[in-house]
Ligand binder design. Structure first.
Ligand SMILES: *Cc1c(COP(=O)(O)O)cnc(C)c1O
Length: 236
């Protein structure tokens, strides 16, 4: 795609996604500012990301440590980087001081490694607990039943703050099929807050290009949209 064409493509996609988000909020009686758009830029070049930046995007989602590292210095400093992919313990130290939020904490061992690295640097790291809401073998995340236990164990770590829950819902032809999973995520989050006696978990990261509208209707506070902004990814 030529540069000018690419620029227009990303601009129009962003306008469309934002308009859909606005309409979903209206349907759900929610204020638009309660939902944040995270532009998932994995596999996409810096040029495309800078275009999105020019059109107001400050939150970018990546799923590989190496890709965050290689893009980090090439992008403006006011960007919030979201680690949304599976994170290996031995790579935590490479990104810990670069990411705004780690969406994909799925074990106490990983949370503990984040604690150790954060302690060394005297920083606090915000995380979400990933839930395998569709119980899929191919997906990472704790099961619905294990979520409360992991959240409460992470709460005891001094340099890690658990802000909410994240899920990657099953791939569906009809996004309506994921409504029950998003509803369940919201219920798990509400249930944990009730058990804790306060609204400790505020973030629900759920919904992607195919189903973010339904996710917003069911309470998502962050949607992670890649294809809908940048176009199809090449298969690697
Ligand atoms: C790739 C990815 C997305 C974005 O997917 P699209 O369907 O392109 O919007 C969202 N979340 C995670 C965890 C991803 O890996």
């Amino acid at each position: 795609m030529a540069m000018l064409e690419k620029t227009r493509f990303i601009k129009e996609n962003l306008e469309e996604v934002r308009e859909s988000m606005r309409l979903s909020c209206m349907r759900a009686n929610r204020e638009i500012k309660t939902v944040k758009l995270i532009a998932v830029s994995k596999t996409k070049p810096i040029f495309d990301m800078l275009k999105a930046y020019d059109f107001g995007v400050r939150d970018f989602g990546e799923n590989k440590v190496q890709e965050i590292l290689s893009k980090y210095d090439k992008m403006p400093k006011d960007i919030r980087w979201h680690m949304i992919g599976h994170l290996q313990r031995n790579k935590v130290k490479q990104i810990i001081d670069k990411v705004f939020l780690i969406h994909s904490v799925d074990s106490y061992a990983l949370a503990y490694e984040i604690e150790e690295q954060a302690y060394k640097r005297d920083i606090n790291v915000n995380v979400l607990v990933e839930v395998n809401i569709g119980n899929e073998d191919s997906k990472f995340g704790v099961s619905a039943n294990e979520t409360y236990e992991l959240v409460s164990k992470i709460m005891d770590l001094e340099h890690v703050s658990v802000k909410g829950l994240m899920c990657v819902a099953p791939i569906q032809d009809d996004p309506e099929n994921n409504r029950k999973y998003f509803r369940k995520m919201k219920a798990i989050s509400d249930d944990i807050n009730n058990k804790l006696g306060k609204a400790y978990l505020n973030v629900l990261s759920m919904g992607m290009t195919g189903d973010f509208e339904v996710a917003i209707e069911e309470g998502a506070t962050m949607v992670r949209v890649g294809t809908g902004i940048f176009g199809e990814r090449k298969r690697l």
